[in-house]
Design a binder for this molecule. Structure first.
Ligand SMILES: [Fe+2]
Length: 281
């Protein structure tokens, strides 16, 4: 697919964004409520230059009753939604996935097929941290997933209070094999100043590698990457920004290897009053 994204003063040629995190399946979580909502979301995404979305309903495997899984419901919902999207003539591909709440023993759920890796690629797994803390088991879980051939993608770390306090807290997770994505909404300021600043720090220091929408509806949390792409282009340059919204997520959906640069340690700028104190001491 070739499309031209035109917004503001810029006109940019792309092959279509790839959005690996969208709550587009109707009735499965806090995303689209109805098929009509889902079609409206697909329409917005396509109009804003997205060629494919991974449908990622929330799953907390630690809360699943034994032997119970939503996997077949997700796959059926994806097939049904794709049929409807096609019937409306909207040019966008929907792939299956899940956004998995980080919990001890995730590998067991993956090997039993009780959660779906990104686009069913079998390799990349979208995981969500709690918003306030980073539990002590997270690093071990990431090691364990990597040891079993899975690559966790940490969803929107810029919204986690500990990451906001210290973005370098992600470095051991990345060293253990994880990738990270920031939300488009964080970059455009929808989540407030601290997540926005943190998203910029993460992208600017190689502490996050992908931009995804985490879209939940056609109104308040839209599945679009175009505005965030423009902001990222100003931050890291257009070529790097295109990797974050197109090349890397596309490779992920295909289950291909992804090469990212080493993260750079973030050094917080000292506040001016520190210097004033130093001068006067
Ligand atoms: Fe999400």
């Amino acid at each position: 697919m070739n499309s031209v994204i035109t917004s503001g003063d810029s006109s940019l040629s792309t092959e279509g964004f790839m959005d690996i995190h969208v709550h587009i399946l109707p009735g499965l979580d806090d995303g689209a409520k109805t098929e009509r909502d889902a079609i409206a979301m697909a329409n917005i995404a396509a109009k804003c230059g997205t060629a494919g979305v991974v449908a990622t309903p929330h799953i907390d495997p630690s809360c699943l009753p034994p032997g119970c899984s939503q996997v077949e419901a997700v796959r059926r919902a994806v097939a049904s939604l794709q049929e409807s999207i096609d019937s409306y003539g909207i040019s966008i591909q929907v792939m299956p996935g899940t956004e998995i709440a980080m919990a001890p023993g995730l590998v067991a759920y993956l090997t039993r097929g009780e959660v779906i890796p990104v686009s069913d690629s079998g390799k990349y797994v979208l995981v969500e941290l709690p918003f306030q803390t980073i539990p002590s088991y997270v690093e071990e879980e990431i090691f364990s997933m990597a040891a079993h051939g899975y690559i966790p993608i940490i969803a929107h770390p810029e919204r986690n209070a500990e990451v906001i306090r210290n973005p370098n807290i992600l470095i051991p997770f990345l060293a253990a094999g994880a990738l990270a994505h920031v939300n488009a909404g964080s970059l455009v300021g929808r989540e407030g100043q601290r997540p926005q600043q943190t998203a910029e720090i993460l992208l600017g220091h190689g502490l996050a590698h992908i931009i995804a929408s985490d879209g939940h509806s056609a109104t308040s949390r839209q599945p679009r990457l175009d505005r965030a792409f423009e902001i990222a282009s100003r931050l890291v340059g257009e070529d790097e920004a295109l990797k974050m919204v197109r090349d890397i997520p596309r490779a992920i959906t295909l289950g291909e290897d992804v090469h990212v640069s080493e993260p750079e340690v973030y050094k917080a700028r000292r506040k001016w009053w520190h210097f004033r104190r130093k001068e006067s001491s």
